[in-house]
Design a protein around this ligand. Structure first.
Ligand SMILES: [Zn+2]
Ligand SMILES: [Zn+2]
Length: 237
């Protein structure tokens, strides 16, 4: 099932307006604590993106749903046969299972993610999480102003979480907008070379925003593997 782009556009516009109002409130109450809090929010978003990525990569797909046929399909992925098989197979499973499949499918075919439009990449996150979360922060501010440092932490967390899939996709395409190139130079986003370390082994560097949380996530991954968790069998359907 594909999200209706009309609703995605509407939700995205509402999200940007709601976010701008939150930023305005934060600027009014600005003090020095805003800076470290904003950095902490950016770090947390990176870490959450990495935890979700690690979990999705290794969570086994439900067997006997035909996902293996789809994953290992050898003919053209633009053929009518494949598209029919894809729609029928993905139509049988729920949204979380589709997401799990998407993460695994990304490894042998990484460029497909980069080819999707930004709205397709962030649409479901905006509708299900970012817009409600930002509206709640508007409401909280309306009721009693949230301290500026806390608002800053929540805002950078929100931006990092919302655009996580877009940032990941941009690591798999050459033509990225100037803002992404600038953020890479400032180390606020990771580079394609740094993300390539994940694709080489699928055992490290799961965070795909700035990558600041990868050292601690890599330690966590190794500890979980020593306990027999996150088995390789989960990587493919
Ligand atoms: Zn992965
Ligand atoms: Zn990737």
């Amino acid at each position: 099932m594909r999200l209706n782009l009309f609703w995605v556009r509407l939700a995205f516009a509402a999200f940007l307006i709601s976010l701008a109002i939150n930023v305005g409130w934060m600027v009014i109450g600005f003090d020095w604590r805003v800076i470290p809090a904003a950095i902490a929010g950016w770090y947390l978003a990176d870490m959450v993106s990495g935890i979700i990525h690690m979990y999705m990569d290794y969570r086994p797909c439900r067997p006997n749903m035909g996902l293996d046929r789809l994953y290992f399909y050898e003919g053209s992925r633009e053929s009518a046969e494949y598209l029919q098989l894809r729609d029928a197979t993905l139509g049988r499973i729920g949204p979380i299972e589709r997401l799990v499949y998407d993460f695994k499918n990304h490894h042998p075919r990484p460029d497909a993610l980069g080819r999707r439009s930004m709205l397709r990449q962030v649409g479901s996150t905006v509708l299900s999480a970012s817009l409600p979360f930002s509206l709640l922060l508007n409401l909280a501010n309306w009721h009693a102003p949230v301290p500026a440092w806390l608002a800053a932490l929540l805002i950078t967390f929100l931006i990092g979480g919302t655009f996580a899939q877009y940032f990941h996709g941009s690591l798999h395409r050459g033509d990225v907008p100037p803002v992404v190139r600038l953020m890479r130079r400032l180390h606020l986003l990771m580079t394609p070379a740094a993300h390539d370390l994940h694709h080489q082994t699928l055992q490290r560097d799961f965070a795909t925003n700035c990558g600041w949380s990868n050292p601690i996530l890599n330690t966590t991954f190794r500890a979980l593997r020593r306990r027999g968790r996150l088995a390789d069998a989960g990587l493919e359907p």
